[in-house]
Design a protein around this ligand. Sequence first.
Ligand code: ADP
Length: 406
Amino acid sequence: MNDTKINNNYTDLLEAMLNASESEELLNSTFSLILKIFNIMTRVQIWEPIFQTNEYSVYYEFLNKDLSSMIKHHVPYLPESTKKDFENTPVWEYENIECISLNKFNISSLIATEISIQNKNNFLLVLTTDNKDLNLTIDDKKLFIKLAKLFEKEFSKIEDAFANNDKINRLQNQNTNLREQEQLRKNLINNISHELKTPLASILGFSNMLVSKELNQVSSKEIAEQIFQAAKRLSSIITDFLHINKTDTEGWYLNLEMCDIGEIIKESVEEFSSLYKEFKIIYHISNNYPIIKTDPKLVRQVLDNLISNSIKYSPSCGNIIVTLDIVSNNKEIIVSITDQGIGIDKDEFSKLFNRFYRSNNPQVQKVSGTGLGLAICKEIITALSGTIEVKSEPNKGSKFSFTLPV
Ligand code: ADP
């Protein structure tokens, strides 16, 4: 090798090392240049010691023809006897190697020196060749050691920067999570207070009217009815909260029995129809649907929740259709509730079933809610070994479907 060639390549190498921003890039660019400088060598490898087996595995490999990293082949420890101290740096030089595991990979000679990677010593930077003679001059060896030291320094810098970046990213993520949780907590307190205050205000207002006794018989009955409805609403909200807290620690308690899902749908639809006359709530039940073993009260809870959402989120009323079908070769039944309401943005689908999630859509914010209904539906359906999903289009309507095994 002549001096100008070495110097030029060394400058290129320095530049490549300084410009590399990832370890992979550093490995690729520097090792191709190392091979250019030592053109009699065929490959550059980094060997990692495996102490239990007294072998090295190839941690990284760069060939002058094609690149293949992390090849898992093992080579025996290099005998101490061949190690030489070269200006205080241990160097192994092997010529005409007679070692089956090395010859297998076309390695006939090699030069190696220790480097440290990720604060671990004992890795070896190895240049190998299929030539039987190494024919390296003293200057070549000096250069090899210089390159190894330079590589070690730049590689650690990149790894440190990478680790720091990783740390920063992790901290940033944690920060975002904390901020999201804080926002969720604030929303939750707002929602709960609002939810509890509305029926409570009705109860207080109406009961005050009763107390003032300025009412005749008929209106006191109507007022008592209003109080009853508000108290029922309050009770159902508190039940939801308690439910979700209880199932967190105890899971869902299932009361399984043979159920006629068609009948459950009919009862629920008829009840909602009589209460919400402005809606057209209908059902289509497929013929010969099977009787299934499930928890009827929980299924009814899911159904009521989904129909009540369809009503809540359909300000211009419209049709609500509940269907029962058989799918998956009679292995599952599927119940769907379709409305013509405000619909849901696709981006929100994945969050809908999270506890306390409510859309930011002003039309949703206008209606009161705790964001627990769908989360409870999902938990119940999962406990009953089914699945629940949503299809929707903003301003067109939504379809919530759940399956139950037969
Ligand atoms: P809540 O109705 O109390 O807000 P849910 O868990 O039942 O809580 O629903 C979560 C959110 O999903 C709602 O706030 C609303 O944004 C959306 N959503 C649920 N059902 C419908 C529906 N049928 N149409 C449009 N949006 C819906």
